[in-house]
Design a protein around this ligand. Structure first.
Ligand code: NAD
Ligand code: TYD
Length: 352
């Protein structure tokens, strides 16, 4: 078995589905707290599959985590569980400290205790894979080189600061205790099952519901987009072949301004689901107040994972974004399931 945390969220959910699609892979214990961002509908196709054991709980609950580790004896932990939305971290950072820092600390401690008690060969084979973000490196200016694994940590938001802290804990557990960790720092993901508070799914849903498409500030901020399936394949490579204690930057060499991303989505929708009045969805673009402390540019240099582990993304931005828009058009039931009253409350708080 492997233990996946946060496997009912966007990336964790895609990872669980992709992993179990390969029948040669082991089963998964999926520990998730089911916050607003965790959706069991994402895992619906696994209902009744004995290789998927879902456990509702918190990574910070040492008693529960220790019990799961003892019972299922996993050979690896892949830690996706986190609070992940920058705007929410600005409104309320406490949960980010609790899960991303204290939760990761407790998970590391439970895992270290379990690992210490394993026999030699199981101890050597064990891996703790920490899933992190490029946002720990801070913000780039236009001409700066992309982030490498040796770029300085300069987090600017409560979210990125909490993730940076968790990365430091993971690093320290390797150096101090010899605990066998690998860390990946990935750029912005997009794809199926993405909660519609983040830019790409929010814009797709607002467009088809004829609502404004909110662009923060001047819309010229740059993100480096990676299709979620490619992030999952990179994690599988690093988990299998990554060197202990190392970090790997994961990205798709796809820098785009927010405005370009939104216009691309509009033109795909114009083609796949034209507006009844014949106008373009881009007419719905609306500039709104900028995010405080908004990072200007992220860009990942993924040469290390490419050279050392031979990983390459399978999707370009053009193929991935088209698949993604089509997925949202084809899956209204999943959308209905996640667009709850709490989601509507968030929209009115953020875009009031
Ligand atoms: P998400 O918000 O969609 O999902 C997070 C999941 O973690 C949810 O299912 C939630 O219920 C669960 N969770 C939250 N707190 C928990 C806790 N205390 N115990 C157990 N489960 C808990 O996030 P995501 O976009 O899937 O991101 C997953 C990981 O990847 C995060 O660590 C994030 O920092 C990192 N990451 C995300 C991106 C991105 O673009 N989304 C890019 C790079 C790295
Ligand atoms: P987001 O998807 O929240 O990811 P992150 O902040 O982790 O990069 O935002 C991506 C970019 O889109 C970011 O520059 C903020 C911007 N953005 C908007 O312009 N409007 C929106 O409504 C949202 C949610 C984001």
């Amino acid at each position: 078995m492997i233990l996946v945390t946060g496997g009912a969220g966007f990336i964790g959910g895609n990872f669980v589905l992709d992993w179990l699609a390969d029948l040669d892979n082991e089963g998964i214990i999926n520990l998730d707290k089911l916050t607003y961002a965790g959706n069991l509908e994402t895992l619906e196709s696994l209902r009744g599959d004995p290789r998927h054991i879902f456990v509702h709980g918190d990574i910070g609950d040492k008693e529960l985590v220790s019990k799961l580790l003892k019972e299922y004896q996993p050979r690896a932990i892949v830690n996706f569980a986190a609070e992940s939305h920058v705007d929410r971290s600005i409104h309320g950072p406490a949960e980010f400290i609790a899960t991303n820092i204290v939760g990761t600390f407790n998970l590391l401690e439970s895992a270290r205790e379990y690992w210490s008690g394993l026999d030699d060969s199981a101890r050597r084979a064990f891996r703790f894979h920490h899933v992190s973000t490029d946002e720990v490196y801070g913000s780039l200016s236009a001409g700066d080189p992309a982030f490498t694994e040796t770029s300085t940590f300069e987090p600017n938001s409560p979210y990125s600061a909490s993730k940076a802290a968790s990365d430091h804990l993971v690093r320290a557990w390797f150096h101090t205790y010899g605990f066998p960790v690998v860390t990946t720092n990935c750029s912005n993901n997009y794809g199926p099952y993405h909660f519609p508070e983040k830019l790409i799914p929010l814009v797709i849903l607002n467009a088809i519901n004829r609502k404004p498409l909110p662009i923060y500030g001047d819309g010229q901020q740059i993100r480096d987009w990676l299709y979620v399936g490619d992030h999952c394949s990179a994690i599988r490579e690093v988990l299998a072949k990554g060197a202990l204690g190392e970090t790997y930057n994961i990205g798709g060499w796809n820098e785009k301004t927010n405005m370009d991303v939104v216009k691309t989505i509009c033109s795909i929708l114009d083609e796949l689901k034209p507006r009844s009045d014949g106008k373009s969805y881009s007419e719905q673009i609306t500039f709104v107040k900028d995010r405080p402390g908004h990072d200007r540019r992220y860009a990942i240099d993924a040469s290390k994972v490419e050279k050392k582990l031979g990983w390459r993304p399978a999707e370009t931005f053009d193929t991935g974004i088209r698949k993604t828009v089509q997925w949202y058009l084809d899956n209204p039931n999943w959308i209905d399931g996640v667009v709850s009253g709490a989601y509507r409350d968030w929209l009115s708080k953020q875009y009031k």
